[in-house]
Design a protein around this ligand. Sequence first.
Ligand code: PRX
Length: 633
Amino acid sequence: MQQINSFEAYIKAYQNSIDNPEQFWDGVAHQFHWTKPWETTLEWNFTEPSIKWFAGGETNLCYNCIDRHLPTKANQTAIIFEPNNPDEEVRKLTYQELYIEVCKFANVLKSLGVNKGDRVCIYMPMVPEGAIAMLACARIGAIHSVVFAGFSATSLADRINDSECKILITADAVYRGDKLVALKNIVDEALANCPSIKNCIIYNNRNENINIVPNRDLWWHNLLVHISAENTAEPMDSEAPLFILYTSGSTGKPKGVLHTTAGYMIYVGYTFLNVFNYQPQEIFWCTADIGWVTGHSYLIYGPLLNGATTIMFEGVPNYPNAGRFWDVVDKHQVNIFYTAPTAIRALEAQGTQWFEGKDLSSLRVLGSVGEPINEEAWQWYHKNVGHSNCPIVDTWWQTETGGILISPIAGITPLKPAFATLPLPGVQPVLMDANGNEITENDVEGNLCIKFPWPGMSRTLYGDHERFRQTYYNTYKNYYFTGDGARRDHKGYYRITGRVDDVINVSGHRIGTGEVEDAINTHASVVESAVVGFPHDIKGQGICAFVIITTPQENLEQEIKETVSKIIGPFAKPDRIIIVPGLPKTRSGKIMRRILRKIAEGDISNLGDVSTLLDPGVVVEIRRLAGVFRGGI
Ligand code: PRX
């Protein structure tokens, strides 16, 4: 595939991609394997919205990730598995071995009656079998829906039911650091309410004693006995659904973001190669979980599409100590390291002694993703991890965009700390003003939209196209609205300032305020709640909940936190609960979150215009309570 090798080449490729987008993406698409060529490159309108890339063509993502490389790379390592416990064994799968495992598992799924278009839920730890399950689905044309294994039983059940999954793939248990998470117990609780699930396949990860439901539950290893390793990848229509990934929005109900086959494949293949400037034989390590889009696009599909070696790390950054990331870099001689600002900040807080004795000289490129990286963390990362000679690619994108949209190209784009810099070829970002008009000048801030399709964009929300239209294509007519705010400097560089909607970003996890409120409101003593984000030194944002209760009782705050943990997952637990007598509402009953955000931030000197409030007195009281809570502000 073409690789951009100079800044001039980037400028040229970018201009070409804007002037002749179809010709540009045709050129990229021709680098992949197709069983039937496409008839039209792009058909689109943002009103419905309807977006089709490479219509009429047929291809298979799994074939392009594995089979295509076998003639030249059969013995090259595809996946390196680094276990949670560093004393346990590293596993390596070559492309040939991965091919065999994926073919076998594809046959397992078929033998269980999984057909093209059926939904398969994957609730797995970070083990190669998670990747094998995803690739096997793509191979047979089943739609995978990976649910992050930190979600609770209720969240898992909601997601399974929303897309009526037929099969659930999981593991007995997993260690995260020194904590054992009994995944199968969570699954059993979820499956009590999931009528669409016919079978649950369990990978034996920890040899834990688990409950087996006859006829429903099947061990992964038993299913592989006597199964053929011959499997032909199913030719898939370019626009055939590839996967669903649930993400949070403004309301409580998670959205099933749907990606389709060819456009996603081409986009993540192209962006992986170019953003990281990947060179043959390099070891690539993305620390994201396969349960999030970064794990899909840049831990599995992007690297494998390029015949790269990718690391899957089962553990956490601080186990057995805060030097673990650097141990892994040293042990596997990692060349490209891609992580989240929250991890960088957490490790920064532990001090630089954890670098002692660790050889990080193999590193060539560093990456950041998931939330804005503050300048201090950027500098620390650059100096201590990159020894001041590795470019940092601050990659901005979203679950909905499929792949990276705004980012430096490693070693090529001049960097500016805390700026995601320039759009990648094919991407046309714009900033909108308060009147819904495009801002043409630089040195301004506005709401970030994209005005032309790119192949990796989401096509719909599973089962709810109207919500898709409303959420992304209604605020600004004929634009995709990202939900983010951004600033553009005098050189045209973008700095993402954060969400402008009711989504908060906690340690890189995207959480809807409505989701947390719905969870809090299930507590019997809660009348109403309002959740906002506030700046947090390590997590980026923390969660603050203002809660109205029926009667005061001991430990209520703790109970409310546990309720959220139980309903969504431990990562969504509020940092602060503030019990209040009322919430600031407009006369039409809308909660004024702007005011709550300011109070949570501790910025109470100027709360802005409160004249539209139904009862301004309530603000005085909330302010007092928040002040008491925070030790007096
Ligand atoms: O607010 C932006 C933030 O993460 C949001 C997307 O979250 P999610 O769909 O979970 O995908 C995360 C991984 C791509 C965005 O709307 N975000 C992501 N990357 C950056 C970022 N904010 C600032 N800088 C980034 N590099």
